[in-house]
Design a binder for this molecule. Structure first.
Ligand SMILES: Cc1cc2nc3c(=O)[nH]c(=O)nc-3n(C[C@H](O)[C@H](O)[C@H](O)COP(=O)(O)OP(=O)(O)OC[C@H]3O[C@@H](n4cnc5c(N)ncnc54)[C@H](O)[C@@H]3O)c2cc1C
Length: 474
C-alpha cells in the first residue's frame, strides 16, 4: 500500500467539495480532492441522455430508498458531483427558513447579512441568469396554466451562461474545479475513500481505492492534517459510519418527495431543456415544475398509468412532457451501512400527512396542466387512471395509495445536521463533526431540514462560509 500526505483532504468534488477545494487552494493550502467517479469533459455527454446516466450517475441512476412506498433517487458520481447532471435551477435559501433553523438548531453565524454576503459571492463565482429570450413552450405551459387559474408562477434563475448564444450550465467541472486546480489543488478522479483513519479525536488520513488509467486498482493511504467530507447526503454519513462515527450520523434524512404527470398536448413541445417556470402558489410546502423529458423519460412516465392507448401515447411522445409536484415532507429517512456491502441501505418513511400532500400536489398539477391545454394526463400511479377532464382528477385521490404511488426525488439533505447542541446535530455550526478536532463535513448533509427550494445555492453558500471558518482554525 503506497502512501502520501496533504494538508487538507477533500472527499468528493460536487457542490460542497468544489467550493471547499477552491477556497482552500486559493488561500494557499495544499489540497487533495479525492473523487470516486470519473472525470469527463462536461461537453461530451448530451444532458439527460442515457449515455450521461451511465457515465455520471451513481448506479446509472437506479437508486432507491426502501419504504412504503419506496422512493427512487439520483446522485451524481463524477468530478463535479450532482452539479454535472442537475437542472441548474438556482434559489437562495429563504430567509425565514434560515431564521427557523438558527433558532431550532442553535446555529451560530447564521444571520441574514452574513448569509446574503456569501450568496452574493456564490453568484459572482458562477453565472446566475434568467433566460435571455422567451421561455420554451414546455415552460410557458406552466405560466399559462397558472395564469388561467389565478395562481402565482415564477421564472427561476439558473446557473447558466450564454456564450455566443449557446446555453452552458455552470457545473463545478466547468467552474470551481478548474479554479481549484489553477490554485494548485490536486484532483484524483476514480479514487474512492473507503474509510477514514482515526487517532483519538483526530482523523489522520484515509484508506483509498484508486483506479489507475490502465484499469487496475491500487489501494493507498493518504495522510492529512484536516479532512473535509463532501460526498453528499447519502455517501457522507455512509463513509463516517464505516469509519466508526455513529452519533447523529445518517439519521434525519430529508427528501423533497415528488410525484409526476406526463401531459400530452395537441402540439409538439421542445425536449432539449428543463422548464424554468415554477408554480409557487403553494410554496414552500408544495412546488410544481417540469422535469427532464427525453423520449425515455416520457416513455417511463406514460408506462406508469393504465392506458388503453399505450402504443399511440408512446408514438406521440413529442407532444408529451413530464411535470412534477414536490413537497416538503414531515417524514424522514435513514442511511445505514451494512457490513459486507459497499453501498448503504437507505430507508424513508412518509407520514399520512405527506401522502395527502402528495395526492393534493398531483391533483393541483393536473389542474394547471389541463388549464394550459393538456388533453391527456398520465399520473405516476401504477395502473392509475388517465385524466382528460377536471372531473377525472377526482379519481386520483383514491388511486394514490402507498401500494400504487410511484415517487422519486433528486434533493437529498440533512443526514449530519449542523448546530451547537450535539443532541440535535452531528456537526457544529460550521460543519466540524462534534467530538473531533479536524473532521469537517461540508455538503448537503449539513442542512437541518429540506429547504423547500432547489438546494444547490444553499449548499454552496454554506460551503464557502464553512471553508472560511476552517481557514481561521488552521
Ligand atoms: C438529476 C438532478 C437534478 C437536480 N436539479 C437541481 C437543480 O436544478 N437545482 C438545485 O439547486 N439542485 C438540484 N439538484 C440537487 C443538487 O445537485 C445537489 O443538492 C447538490 O449537488 C449536492 O451537493 P453535495 O456537495 O452535497 O453532493 P454532490 O454534488 O452529489 O457531490 C458529491 C460527490 O462526492 C463523491 N463521493 C461520494 N462518496 C465518496 C467517497 N467515499 N470517496 C470519494 N468521492 C466520493 C460523489 O461521487 C460525488 O461526485 C439536482 C440533483 C440531481 C441528481
Amino acid at each position: 500500500m503506497s502512501g502520501l500526505h496533504c494538508e487538507v483532504l477533500v472527499v468528493g468534488s460536487g457542490a460542497g467539495g468544489a467550493v471547499t477545494a477552491g477556497r482552500l487552494a486559493e488561500a494557499g493550502r495544499d489540497v487533495l480532492v479525492l473523487e470516486e467517479g470519473p472525470w469527463h469533459d462536461p461537453d461530451v455527454h448530451e444532458p439527460f441522455s442515457p449515455a450521461e446516466m451511465v457515465a455520471k450517475y451513481r448506479h446509472h441512476g437506479a437508486s432507491a430508498a426502501l419504504g412504503a412506498p419506496g422512493i427512487a433517487f439520483a446522485e451524481g458520481r463524477c468530478v463535479g458531483g450532482s452539479t454535472e447532471i442537475n437542472s441548474g435551477l438556482y434559489h437562495r435559501l429563504p430567509s425565514e427558513l434560515a431564521a427557523e433553523w438558527r433558532r431550532r438548531f442553535g446555529i451560530l453565524d447564521f444571520e441574514d447579512a452574513l448569509l446574503d454576503a456569501y450568496a452574493d459571492e456564490v453568484e459572482r463565482l458562477l453565472v446566475v441568469s434568467q433566460l435571455p429570450g422567451p421561455p420554451p413552450e414546455s415552460s410557458a405551459v406552466l405560466e399559462r396554466g397558472a395564469g388561467k387559474l389565478g395562481w402565482r408562477a415564477t421564472e427561476f434563475a439558473r446557473v447558466f451562461d450564454y456564450p455566443g448564444g449557446r446555453a452552458v450550465k455552470q457545473t463545478m467541472a466547468r467552474t470551481l474545479i478548474p479554479r481549484a486546480v489553477t490554485a494548485g489543488a490536486r484532483v484524483w478522479p476514480e479514487a474512492r475513500v473507503v474509510r477514514l483513519r482515526r487517532k483519538g479525536r483526530r482523523v489522520v488520513g484515509a484508506d483509498v481505492r484508486r483506479r489507475r488509467p490502465d484499469g487496475t486498482v491500487e489501494r493507498c493511504r493518504v495522510g492529512a492534517e484536516q479532512v473535509v467530507v463532501c460526498g453528499g447526503a447519502i455517501q457522507t454519513p455512509a463513509l463516517l459510519q464505516r469509519s466508526g462515527f455513529r452519533a447523529g450520523v445518517g439519521t434525519g434524512l430529508k427528501f423533497h418527495p415528488t410525484v409526476k404527470v406526463a401531459a400530452r398536448f395537441d402540439h409538439p413541445l421542445d425536449h432539449d431543456t428543463v422548464p424554468v417556470h415554477r408554480v409557487t402558489e403553494f410554496a414552500p410546502h408544495l412546488t410544481i415544475g417540469g422535469s427532464a423529458s427525453r423520449r425515455g423519460h416520457v416513455a417511463l412516465a406514460i408506462a406508469d398509468a393504465a392506458s388503453d392507448d399505450l402504443a399511440d401515447a408512446l408514438a406521440r411522445w413529442e407532444e408529451t412532457f413530464v411535470y412534477y409536484a414536490a413537497i416538503r415532507s414531515e417524514g424522514a429517512g435513514r442511511v445505514r451501512v451494512v457490513p459486507g456491502l459497499a453501498d448503504p441501505v437507505v430507508t424513508y418513511r412518509l407520514t399520512e400527512g405527506d401522502m395527502s400532500r402528495l395526492a393534493r400536489g398531483l391533483v393541483h398539477l393536473g389542474e394547471v396542466l389541463l388549464a394550459a391545454g393538456a388533453t391527456h394526463l398520465y399520473p405516476s400511479i401504477s395502473g392509475g387512471p388517465v385524466a382528460r377532464t377536471r372531473a377525472d382528477l377526482g379519481t386520483w385521490w383514491d388511486a394514490f395509495t402507498r401500494a400504487r404511488a410511484n415517487l422519486m426525488t433528486v434533493h437529498l439533505t440533512s443526514t449530519l445536521r449542523m448546530g451547537e447542541d450535539p443532541a440535535l446535530a452531528a456537526a457544529d455550526s460550521h460543519g466540524r463533526v462534534h467530538g473531533t478536532e479536524n473532521l469537517t463535513v461540508n455538503d448537503a448533509s449539513l442542512l437541518p431540514d429540506a429547504p423547500g427550494v432547489n438546494p444547490q445555492a444553499a449548499i454552496m453558500m454554506l460551503a464557502l462560509r464553512n471553508a472560511d471558518a476552517l481557514l481561521t482554525r488552521i
